[in-house]
Design a protein around this ligand. Structure first.
Ligand code: AHR
Length: 496
């Protein structure tokens, strides 16, 4: 007897899954950059931590957002270029940083270091411009420094700093959370600022830079805010031709939950909160459609992930990495796949040591967290065509809604179909039936994550190698497949 049934409609195409939906975010916060990415003791000859770099390189990050976060709206990029010894030490208004956890920014890692890291990782860079305490000139200068190939002072400074050719940075975020730490703006106020910044940054596209710049505006989890922002920004004389390519929101979940103290009921609420991502994507897409169209303005979720009570500003937003968090990430990546017709990018927060990081370090050790393995398991979806799935699943009733216990998403390429499945039931196994609509399936291979681990299992340097994928048995009968998913697991089934 099966508990849930997944049908993959391979002929019902949603859209191409932008690889950027599996993107990342690194901020000058806690031990993300200093200690995580840059590390004096274990650095390679370019100053990057070798062990962290190797883990990130193996994951093949499609895109990396930087330098914040709240940090971005008080960051002045010129502080972080040129000879390191001459760079000023500044405040970090929002976060304690580095091993000593001081609210200070040494500027040892700046634009050229970040873009070099992206080059070496073959990741698309995504820069967040200072709208809160900066001005459009500073923003346009940054684009010129990074992307201009001609004969200006700023292009020459880049050359003098070691990069002859323009970097070709495509993604430019105009501010961060400008309804909050980025200036406490109303939607109308931010829309006016957005238009001003977009005029200068967007105009660089015409004569000065070869690649098409893609501008990202900040949205909010409050969708009324998004509607008002879109309406105001469209008021400009350019009508719907305004330079706005993406609208973003942030969704963190688990804010009131302590990793150390949570029980099974809280796990359910946490997972339901993660799945609220689905509703947010629908609603921000609707806010865009009210003025433009989600084909012209893509939905970006450039910060997302678990944020537990253990993560506090003064301790650099560090929290333990658990199986439960990783399971939520798998469910969220399924949401993104299902919305690949409107979504253009997403960036988990954050890459190293902060919040739901993928890589953690301690002294000279670095290891992959369970969430890292989820990204690895889901990577074959990147660039595939997402197709519709229907899932008949039992649900658990919660105080304010239901938690569907089994979830899935699917994609196809020339070689076959890739289905990812989660069992969000932290208590029981679920037997899941899988069929491709209109096509018998005889054979498939599958992998599972976290079998044998409790949902609250935390990772450290000593046990990190126990969270990787294992083979999962798949039985085929009468053209359908069956898998038995242990509690709190994520799996991938590959049908060729
Ligand atoms: O990722 C940590 C912080 O969360 C970011 O700086 C901010 O944008 C968000 O509130």
């Amino acid at each position: 007897m099966t508990d849930a049934a997944i049908t993959v409609h391979t002929g019902a195409r949603i859209d191409r899954i932008a690889p950027e939906l599996h993107g990342h975010f690194a901020e000058h916060l806690g031990r993300c950059i200093y200690d995580g990415v840059r590390h004096d003791e274990t650095a390679d000859d370019e100053g990057f931590r070798e062990d962290v770099f190797a883990l990130l390189a193996a994951l093949e990050l499609p895109v990396l957002r930087w330098p914040g976060g709240c940090f971005a709206d008080d960051y002045h990029w010129e502080d972080g270029v040129g000879p390191r010894a001459e760079r000023p030490r500044r405040r970090n208004l929002f976060w304690a940083q580095g091993r000593r956890k001081l609210p200070e920014e040494p500027n040892a890692f700046g634009t050229d270091e970040f873009l070099r890291l992206c080059e070496r990782l073959d990741a698309e860079p995504y820069l967040a411009v200072n709208v809160g305490s900066g001005d459009p000139q500073e923003a346009a200068d940054w684009v010129e420094y990074c992307n201009y190939g001609g004969d200006t002072d700023l292009a020459d400074r880049r050359r003098a700093n070691g990069h002859e050719e323009p970097y070709g940075v495509r993604y430019w975020g105009l501010g961060n959370e400008n309804w909050g730490c980025g200036g406490q703006m109303s939607p109308e106020q931010y829309a006016r600022e957005y238009r001003r910044f977009a005029t200068y940054v967007g105009t660089m596209d015409n004569l000065m830079v070869e690649e098409e710049l893609e501008l990202v505006a900040c949205g909010f989890e409050n969708h009324e805010w998004n509607r008002r922002f879109m309406a105001e920004v469209a008021e400009s004389s350019w009508g719907v031709e305004f330079p706005l390519d993406h609208l973003t929101l942030h969704h963190y979940y688990g804010r009131g939950m302590s990793v150390a103290e949570a029980d099974g009921d809280q796990y359910d609420r946490f997972l339901a909160d993660a799945l609220a991502m689905d509703d947010h994507v629908r609603r921000i897409a609707a806010a865009i459609d009210a003025t433009a169209s989600t084909r012209d303005v893509g939905v970006v979720v450039d910060e997302w992930g678990a944020w537990h009570t253990e993560a506090r500003a003064e301790s650099g937003l560090e929290q333990p990495g658990t199986v439960l968090d990783a399971l939520a990430a798998a469910a969220v990546l399924d949401v993104f796949t299902r919305h690949s017709d409107v979504m253009t990018m997403a960036n988990i927060a954050q890459t190293v040591n902060v919040l739901q990081c993928l890589v953690e370090t301690d002294g000279d050790d670095a290891w992959a967290r369970p969430t890292y393995h989820v990204f690895d398991l889901y990577a074959p979806h990147q660039g595939n065509e997402a197709v519709r799935t229907s899932v008949e699943t039992p649900a658990r009733s919660l105080a304010d809604g239901d938690l569907p216990l089994v979830g899935a998403s699917a994609s196809t390429d020339d070689d076959g179909t890739y289905v990812t499945v989660t069992n969000l039931d932290c208590r029981d196994s679920r037997v899941v039936d899988l069929a491709l609509a209109g096509r018998p399936v005889e054979d498939a291979t599958a992998q599972v994550l976290f079998d044998g681990h409790d949902p609250d299992a935390t990772v450290d340097a000593d046990n990190a190698d126990t969270f990787g994928p294992e083979e999962l048995a798949v039985s085929a009968d009468d053209g359908r497949l069956t898998v038995d998913l242990p509690p709190a697991t994520a799996a991938a089934v590959s049908v060729r």
